[in-house]
Design a protein around this ligand. Structure first.
Ligand code: FES
Length: 293
């Protein structure tokens, strides 16, 4: 927990801060410009920040909520006016506090950090996203639309109400026949009544391009197995508990990799090296290995 107040957080004098300043992604305070309720459990927060606006798709920032905690969140959308949008799913104290923020409230951020989705403009692409996992892939979809690349976008959630950024995706694919959007819901309330991995299994037959994925780890694990079986390239964005976000503390360790620094986006060769833990185990806040539920 990082229960510092605004002044303490800005002044923290530690090796962490030196590291942060070295890579020019150090702490800064930003003001919330817009809050939008995307789904019953997800809010999109928009703020202005030049450094985050330069982030590559898949990179994340550490978001600090005064007196509560600091947590990692993927950058979803950026624009030419340096406006940056993140999607926050309410899952605990810190995310609940972020949900309570309104226009002009302040948060601390540092980053962007980590690896990113790459080379997706050189191949035919299938995006396979589950729930809030669509967030780090939004700027990929934007690039595919801008550069007129052929792609399928499989995006699933439990029900229609949980399909965040649906309006933005429809806007991005409008009048773009080279982009094939396949929405899916488990209850059949919108799109195909199925799950993302099952749809991908059909779409991947005779596919020679690459799959980009983010979402719940059981879904990612199924997709990982599918891509190995079919010999298809894969990039997956993974999630673990993060404290420092810059490869120092080890809290995000996954089979010898530091998700914050070696990831969060990993290619198939690296994912294969994690196969004893990927989809099965994660570390809790004390660093103990526990079974994924
Ligand atoms: S969060 Fe500290 S090493 Fe990754």
């Amino acid at each position: 927990m990082n229960r510092l107040n605004l002044k303490q957080w800005e002044k923290q004098d530690s090796s962490l801060k030196i590291n942060l300043l070295k890579n020019n992604c150090g702490p800064r305070i930003v003001e919330i410009k817009k809050v939008k309720k995307e789904t019953p459990t997800v809010k999109a927060l928009t703020f202005h920040d030049e450094k985050c606006a330069l982030a590559k798709p898949g990179q994340f920032i550490m978001v600090w909520i005064p007196n509560i905690d600091e947590i990692p969140i993927s950058i979803a959308l950026t624009n030419e006016e340096d406006l940056v949008t993140i999607a926050v799913k309410k899952v605990g104290e810190a995310t609940e506090a972020l949900h309570n923020l309104t226009f002009k409230d302040k948060i601390g951020i540092r980053g962007p950090y980590g690896t990113f989705f790459s080379n997706y403009l050189n191949d035919e692409v299938i995006i396979a996203a589950g729930g809030v996992g669509i967030a780090p892939l939004m700027n990929v979809i934007k690039d595919l639309a801008t550069f007129k690349r052929k792609a399928k976008i499989i995006f699933g959630a439990e029900n229609k109400r949980e399909l965040l950024f649906l309006k933005e995706i429809k806007k991005l694919i409008f009048n773009k026949p080279f982009l094939n959007f396949i929405p899916a819901t488990l209850d059949g309330s919108y799109g195909v009544k199925s799950d993302v991995a099952s749809i991908l299994e059909e779409e991947i037959k005779d596919f020679k391009g690459q799959v980009l994925t983010c979402g719940p780890e059981p879904m990612i694990y199924k997709i990982f197995k599918l891509c190995i079986k079919k010999g298809v390239k894969l990039q997956a964005s993974l999630e673990r508990i993060m404290k420092c976000g810059i490869g120092v503390c080890g809290s995000c360790e996954l089979a010898g990799f530091r998700v914050c620094k070696d990831g969060p986006v990993f290619n198939l060769n690296l994912l294969k090296l994690m196969k004893k833990e990927l989809g099965f185990y994660k570390r809790d806040f004390s660093g103990n290995l526990i079974k994924l539920t």
